[in-house]
Design a protein around this ligand. Structure first.
Ligand code: SME
Length: 163
């Protein structure tokens, strides 16, 4: 049981991971599977207003599948914005109030909080999951654990599509 999460949240997150495991079956096409993952996450959690996957190409994060309003930030250099910071630090970043974070690159005026979770394999960043919420401090420890588990499942799929 996840500490701090309600039993209901834990059960919901277990179901999301089960659905994502089905999407990421070995025979599934990587792009279609990633589209399914962003759709599943956005549909399952009301606070997840915008959900996207960026893939690292060279020194740049390139926007892949997403659900939500189109973003002007389709190419983000490592080190820029919250997305670029998470790739540089190889660590999840949670921003409770994007208006108070000078790194933030705006995608929508309604966005109030953001979580960025790197997708890593063998110590290397392959990409990241980026989620925006219209609510301040929408992302807690339970969201971090869910999304890090999703990133760990995406990594081998993306890695094998690249090799
Ligand atoms: N807010 C991100 C940019 C991506 S959009 O949210 C989709 C950032 O600061 O890196």
């Amino acid at each position: 049981m996840t500490r701090g999460a309600s039993g209901e949240t834990t059960l919901r997150h277990a179901q999301i991971l089960k659905d994502i495991d089905t999407l990421l079956s070995p025979e599934a096409d990587c792009s279609r599977a990633m589209e399914g993952v962003v759709r599943t996450l956005q549909a399952a959690v009301p606070d997840y207003t915008w959900v996207g996957i960026y893939l690292l190409q060279g020194n740049e994060l390139v926007l892949g599948p997403f659900v939500g309003k189109p973003s002007p930030h389709t190419h983000i250099p490592v080190g820029r914005g919250i997305c670029g910071a998470a790739a540089a630090e190889k660590a999840t970043i949670v921003v409770d109030d994007v208006r108070a974070d000078p790194r933030y690159l705006a995608c929508s005026v309604e966005t109030r909080s953001e979580i960025v979770v790197p997708i890593m394999s063998g110590g290397k960043v392959l990409g990241e999951i980026d989620i925006d919420s219209d609510r301040v401090a929408a992302f807690g420890q339970d969201d971090r654990e869910l999304l890090e588990a999703v990133a760990a499942r995406l990594a081998p799929k993306i890695q094998s599509a690249r090799s």
